[in-house]
Design a protein around this ligand. Structure first.
Ligand SMILES: NC(=O)C1=CN([C@@H]2O[C@H](COP(=O)(O)OP(=O)(O)OC[C@H]3O[C@@H](n4cnc5c(N)ncnc54)[C@H](OP(=O)(O)O)[C@@H]3O)[C@@H](O)[C@H]2O)C=CC1
Ligand SMILES: Nc1nc(=O)c2c([nH]1)NC[C@@H]1CN(c3ccc(C(=O)N[C@@H](CCC(=O)O)C(=O)O)cc3)C=[N+]21
Length: 283
């Protein structure tokens, strides 16, 4: 039986800190607010939006949404970004990615006010993750993975970490954060040869491929910690991760479940960033 690394155990202390900050802000007449921009009806965007909205409610943070159709023009999306930038009542902004293919995502991301960039969408914020200089906020999902390791006292120093996935939202920044924690890091992707033998060497395995069940029992070994970032919907309409949980869990030391793992920590980290952005402005 592997130890389950539970999101709710990780977020308990974090949520208490956020609630205290929210109260302090409200005492000063500031109502911390998250702005959400969604283009289209992507299923995974909508599930993140639902989780983030619920988390805002429980922590006392307001939420303003701008919903645009899937065929929105570049100008319409830029106008939405301009609106949230100019709105003093909005302290942090979440823009779901990837955007529909016809849009210039880089231009839209970089139009965002860096002070409101709570999910590391601008190139300036992302540079901070790579240079180690404190520029803006780190991306919420890889930070959630690090919060889980920290909470359970899993020391990365000298350990072998393998990350499956190289996206800018998860894989690449997660690799940088693991290097900062003194792990020796290998990053896998679709061109990696013999991934199972690479993954089996890991002490810490972070999986963000976005494909249900890619990590089977052949990828794991006793003693490992497995962090499953994937959020997929299975044939029965239930949430599942990228790891074939039933066959992996009996082998490894510790594992995050889906749901109840990384996703639930991500939304707390996001709301924490919004509150911190409001604090930086007013306190
Ligand atoms: N828990 C949370 O809070 C969050 C969860 N997610 C979830 O995490 C997953 C990953 O998200 P994201 O990084 O944005 O996804 P992307 O699709 O942008 O990236 C997936 C990465 O995984 C690699 N990959 C895909 N399939 C395989 C495979 N079979 N073997 C090896 N590598 C593979 C791809 O390689 P290549 O570069 O070669 O194409 C790519 O680098 C998704 O399920 C997403 O829903 C995302 C954000 C937050
Ligand atoms: N800029 C950007 N950043 C993202 O991080 C991002 C994105 N765009 N686009 C979409 C994907 C997908 N994603 C999800 C996160 C949590 C849940 C989720 O379901 N969370 C549940 C909990 C799930 C669980 O318990 O594991 C909740 O918070 O209540 C779903 C999906 C983020 N993504």
């Amino acid at each position: 039986m592997a130890k389950q690394l539970l999101g709710k155990e990780v977020t308990a202390a974090l949520n208490e800190r956020i609630k205290a900050d929210v109260e302090a802000l409200k005492a000063k007449g500031v109502n911390p607010t998250l702005g959400i921009i969604r283009v289209g009806e992507n299923e995974s965007d909508i599930s993140y939006e639902r989780g983030a909205t619920k988390r805002c409610e429980t922590l006392g943070v307001a939420c303003e949404k701008i919903l645009l159709p899937a065929d929105a023009t570049q100008e319409q999306v830029l106008a939405a970004v301009d609106k949230v930038n100019k709105d003093d009542s909005i302290h942090g902004v979440l823009l779901f990615r990837p955007l529909p293919k016809h849009l210039n995502q880089t231009e839209i991301e970089n139009a965002l006010d860096p002070a409101k960039d709570v999910d590391c969408m601008t190139d300036g914020s992302m540079s901070g993750v790579f240079t180690g200089k404190a520029v803006g906020f780190p991306p919420c999902t890889p930070q959630a993975c690090m919060e889980i390791l920290d909470h359970y006292g899993i020391d990365c120093t000298g350990k072998k970490a393998v990350v499956i996935g190289r996206s800018l939202v998860v894989g690449k920044p997660a690799a940088m954060m693991l290097i900062k924690k003194n792990a020796t890091v290998t990053v896998c992707h679709t061109k990696t040869v013999d991934m199972p033998s690479v993954a089996r060497e890991a002490d810490i395995l972070i999986v963000a491929a976005g494909r249900a069940g890619v990590v089977t029992k052949d990828y794991v070994a006793p003693g490992q910690t497995v962090i499953d970032v994937g959020i997929n919907v299975n044939a029965e309409g239930k949430l599942c991760g990228d790891v074939a949980y039933a066959e992996v869990e009996p082998i490894v030391d510790a594992i995050t479940p889906v749901p109840g793992g990384v996703g639930s920590v991500t939304t707390s980290v996001l709301v924490g960033h919004v509150v911190e952005a409001a604090k930086r402005k007013y306190m």
